[in-house]
Design a protein around this ligand. Structure first.
Ligand code: BES
Ligand code: MN
Ligand code: MN
Length: 465
């Protein structure tokens, strides 16, 4: 498609400068101090959709952050693509580990991104990625090459569990009716090895509170005679894994799908260099469930991690105190066919039952999400595969992503549509971490790939609806 290629070429610089402007807005959904910025980001996203040529663009209020919607109907007989993404970002801290401020985007070269990468919070997750769809849409519309109806739904609460999106989708089934959901919020293996994500892990996120004595105590006067809740919490947490790196919660693995040897072989066919992996992370060795490779541990096996732990004195210098309370945030990544509700219950029962008599524990569930598997025998998957092959010159490998996008399982249930997880980030792009970045190559490659998907999908659907 020459007209489209020419359009992309002509407007390259503008696309980038528009993205940089969006990256200057600190749309941190978790922190109420930024509510006005989140709103400003929603408005800016809506304005981009309007400018690109979408109709009926709205910033729809929820009980949380707004949802941005826009659409273009080209032909009632053409298939409809629902583009989902999120304009909210993770908090940027710890700030002192950023080499440049998180909301002042700059372009720097890295080993993996010799053509340069945009450094900013949200560059990859997910502003840089959802924005590729807005620009691909603009280019197709302006060059008269848009073959599908399009609906955009860009939300502002993905990073806090998409609390209000489910009700919104339930209430607006008709408005959101579509043939496929297209999402760029995942990664490829590397810039020479395209991949499509065919699975996402689910999530069960818990917070625990362990209380010992009814008040903080002098650690000399009482130390040795009264159990310290931080010590106890650490023991409890340590006991959640056994010698083989397996999770010890009773019943935890009951519903875990045993993946067939042939699918495991397929997953392990992806390029993976353990030494480079360790070096990138600065670790001397890897840790995980015995009997599984790294790609299996993050793709098809569940995991349990402490995300934060606190209690007692953490200020300057030494204060001698035997604290009354200790806390931790503990998340579990789930795989098919584990159910977040059941896992929350098993965790709670296990944690309460193992509490020794000298403490009491409170457990609460913060949020959850179901795991996802994307069928690979669908028209949409074949279109996505072919689109990536055309853009990269190589067939993409199917890959299971370790992260979660809780709303994807619901799209399947409520909208009865498969999702195509066509992300363009790299695992090493530092999402959720200081110095998040997104390669310029990846940004432009995404904009180039998306129209191929639309054309192929429309063609394949017309041939075999
Ligand atoms: N885009 C990520 C999820 C992701 C990243 C999937 C890389 C696969 C590969 C998403 O924004 C995210 O961070 N999700 C959260 C969900 C949570 C906040 C409910 C996650 O996975 O921790
Ligand atoms: Mn994301
Ligand atoms: Mn994220």
């Amino acid at each position: 498609m020459q007209a489209l290629d020419a359009y992309l070429q002509t407007h390259r610089e503008r696309f980038l400068s528009e993205l940089l402007d969006l990256l200057r807005i600190p749309s941190i959904s978790a922190d109420p101090k930024y509510t006005a910025d989140v709103r400003r980001m929603a408005e800016a996203t809506a304005e981009h959709l309007r400018q690109a040529g979408a109709d009926h663009v709205e910033v729809i209020a929820t009980n949380g952050h707004p949802i941005v919607y826009g659409e273009k109907q080209v032909d009632p007989l053409a298939p409809t693509v629902l583009v989902y993404g999120h304009y909210d970002v993770q908090p940027p801290d710890p700030l002192d580990l950023w080499e440049s401020p998180p909301f002042e985007p700059v372009i720097r070269k890295t080993d993996l991104h010799p053509q340069g990468a945009i450094f900013a919070r949200g560059a990859c997750d997910d502003k840089g990625q959802f924005f590729m769809h807005v620009k691909a849409f603009e280019a197709m519309l302006r060059t008269g090459t848009l073959p599908c109806n399009v609906k955009f739904m860009i939300e502002g609460e993905e990073e806090v569990g998409s609390k209000h999106l489910e009700a919104f989708c339930q209430q607006h089934r008709e408005k959101l009716a579509c043939d496929v959901v297209l999402i760029s919020d995942t990664s490829i293996i590397d810039n020479d090895t395209p991949s499509l994500t065919v699975g996402l892990r689910g999530l069960a996120y818990m917070e625990v509170e362990v209380t010992g004595p009814n008040r903080d105590l002098h650690s000399g006067v009482y130390g040795g005679a009264v159990a310290n809740p931080i010590n106890v919490l650490c023991q409890m947490i340590a006991s959640l894994h056994d010698q083989d790196g397996r999770i010890t919660i009773k019943g935890f693995y009951d519903d875990v799908e045993e993946v067939s040897p042939s699918e495991r072989a397929g997953l392990n066919a992806a390029p993976y260099d353990e030494k480079a992996y360790c070096e990138d992370l600065g670790v001397g060795a890897l840790y995980g469930e015995k009997g599984y490779t790294t790609l299996e541990r993050t793709g098809i096996r569940p995991s349990l991690d402490v995300n934060g732990i606190w209690g007692g004195y953490i200020g300057e210098g030494a204060k001698t105190v035997l604290p009354s309370k200790a806390f931790a945030k503990i998340s579990m990544r789930l795989v098919p066919h584990q159910k977040p509700d059941k896992i929350e219950r098993l965790f709670q029962e296990h944690f309460e039952s193992m509490a020794p008599p000298y403490v009491h524990v409170k457990v609460k569930a913060l949020h959850g999400g179901h795991p996802v598997v994307v069928p690979t025998d669908s028209v949409e998957y074949r279109a996505a595969e072919k689109a990536m092959e055309l853009a990269f010159g190589k067939k993409p490998l199917p890959q299971r992503g370790g992260g979660s996008i809780p709303i994807v399982a619901m799209f399947q249930q409520v909208l009865k549509a498969n999702s195509i997880l066509m992300g363009f980030g790299l695992d090493a792009d530092n999402i959720h971490s200081p110095n998040e970045h997104y390669g310029l190559f990846n940004f432009y490659k995404g904009i180039e790939t998306i129209p191929h998907f639309y054309w192929l999908y429309a063609e394949m659907k017309a041939a075999r609806p």
